[in-house]
Write a protein that binds this ligand. Structure first.
Ligand code: 6PG
Length: 469
């Protein structure tokens, strides 16, 4: 190994890291990895085949001297303390203008703090969300970088080479300063939570309301994936329904415990949406549903207390058609909420985000890739300041065609006790957002009644208070 000849360094050779670095090496960039675990280092060297192209070490000094200047070092380590620890271990070895890229799901304010800290040491730092799981990392992820534009120029050719391609356009773009990349990835994950909750609800609906078995579910999701609903999550759900249980009879999906875990990015999306005052109820409920799912023992007790009557069945074809429309409606609402949050965050944090640019880099490689993103990109290309997707004519047409099915299925699900809170919340959000008059005048009156919080009037300018008693 000659010193200073490798174009790209990667720290953290777990599944994501190993796949990402092999992807870099496939695109004629020489890449060098670093991990404290010799097994991971050896696994990479073995899989990489040619050490001239891709190599690795457990020694930080070997890693540092392998890289050309300015060093481009990507971290794919768990978010949180590990990122700070790796930065500290790198610092004594780095040269001015070296670049550290955090490719994990770091909380955006951590990225801001790290950027400021490293700036004072002459090191560039930027957060780049990477989506697509292990398969994406290996064959083309969607990459969401933010931070110093100068530093981005250095890594741009590598990122553009390794990213997924949609119509030959790489699914990576400079998104904005500071933590813009991590923020966008966080909202990506919030949308991911919403879409996953919705697909799970519709799976439940088809099973309970139409008695569809796994083979039929496979067929329905496969068909859906050929039309408006075409998306990665619908596609993999179709495949999941037909996967045989490797340890027993029947399909694996039926044997999986219904307690969903989470690593926090969906929760952060909801929390921050509250902080900046943007309603994202479909995402909120998706987080709450993971929490309810984890209360399995309590749910088992409660289900005994409050049994359900028999479910009214709906004729299969009718149900499938309605469900397809209603799911499409709720998918649109989920993206609308996520994009709304991005629009607001862009102003709040000075990211100057291009919403069409974001929709474009989500069209391939990432978990929320979907045919819908083509329309979303087009709408924001026409008007980057559009407050909400629901206000765009392209989307009002789609909504008007699908909202009826959503209403019917909400009524049906409520009547039969089928939990579909993602769909309910999407519909309520839509109904509230499209109401000229909401009853919150009463809330203002109550606030003024008990706390003299004052109110505004519809017919006069100014702030008013009334002695209500
Ligand atoms: C991606 C995903 C990924 C995320 C997992 C797990 O875009 O590739 O968003 O980054 O870590 O989906 O998230 P949860 O464990 O919170 O479900």
């Amino acid at each position: 190994m000659e010193n200073n000849t490798y174009d790209f360094g990667l720290i953290g050779l777990g599944v994501m890291g190993r796949n990402f670095i092999l992807n870099v090496a496939d695109h004629n960039y020489k890449a060098f990895g670093y991990d404290l675990d010799p097994e991971k280092v050896n696994a990479l060297i073995k899989e990489g085949g040619n050490q001239e192209k891709v190599s690795a070490s457990v020694e930080i000094t070997t890693f540092i001297s392998a890289l050309s200047l300015p060093r481009k070092i990507m971290l794919l380590v768990p978010a949180g303390k590990a990122v700070d620890a790796v930065i500290e271990s790198l610092l004594p070895h780095l040269s001015k203008d070296d670049i550290i890229i955090d490719g994990g799901n770091s909380f955006f304010t951590d990225t801001d703090r790290r950027e400021t800290y490293l700036q004072s040491k002459g090191i560039y730092f930027f957060g780049a969300g990477v989506s697509g799981g292990a398969e994406g990392a290996r064959n083309g992820p969607s990459i969401m970088p933010g931070g110093s534009r100068m530093a981005y120029k250095e890594v741009q050719p590598i990122f553009e080479a390794v990213a997924a391609k949609f119509n030959n356009e790489p699914c990576v773009a400079y998104l904005g300063p500071k933590s813009a990349g991590n923020y966008v990835k966080m909202v990506h994950n919030g949308i991911e939570y919403g879409l996953m909750q919705l697909t799970a609800e519709f799976y439940d609906l088809l099973k309970k309301g139409g008695q569809l078995n796994n083979n039929e579910l496979h067929q329905v999701f496969t068909e859906w994936n050929k039309g408006d609903l075409q998306s990665f999550l619908v596609e993999i759900s179709a495949q999941i329904f037909e996967k045989k249980d490797p340890l027993g009879h029947g399909q694996l999906v039926d044997k999986i415990l219904d307690k969903a875990k989470q690593k926090g990015t969906g929760k952060w999306t909801s929390q921050n949406a509250m902080d900046i005052g943007i309603p994202v109820p479909t995402i909120d409920i998706a987080v709450s549903m993971r929490e309810i799912s984890s209360l399995k023992e309590e749910r088992m007790l409660a289900s005994k207390k409050y049994g359900r009557g028999k479910t009214d069945l709906i004729e299969k074809e009718k149900l499938i058609t309605k469900a397809g429309k209603a799911l499409y409606f709720a998918f649109i609402i989920t993206y609308a909420q996520g994009m709304h949050q991005l629009r607001a965050a862009s102003n709040e944090y000075g990211y100057a985000l291009s919403l069409s640019g974001i929709a474009k880099i989500w069209r391939a490689g990432c978990i929320i890739r979907a045919a819908l993103l083509e329309d979303i990109a087009r709408v924001f290309e026409e008007d980057n300041e559009l407050a909400n997707l629901l206000l765009a004519p392209t989307f009002s047409e789609k909504i008007l065609e699908s909202v009826g099915a959503a209403r019917e299925l909400v009524t049906y699900a409520a009547h039969n006790g089928i939990p579909m809170p993602g769909l309910f919340n999407s519909l309520s959000y839509f109904d509230a957002y499209t109401s000229e008059q909401l009853p919150l005048n009463l809330i203002q009156a109550q606030r003024d009644y008990f706390g003299s919080h004052t109110y505004e009037r519809t017919d006069k300018e100014g702030i008013f208070h009334t002695d209500w008693s």
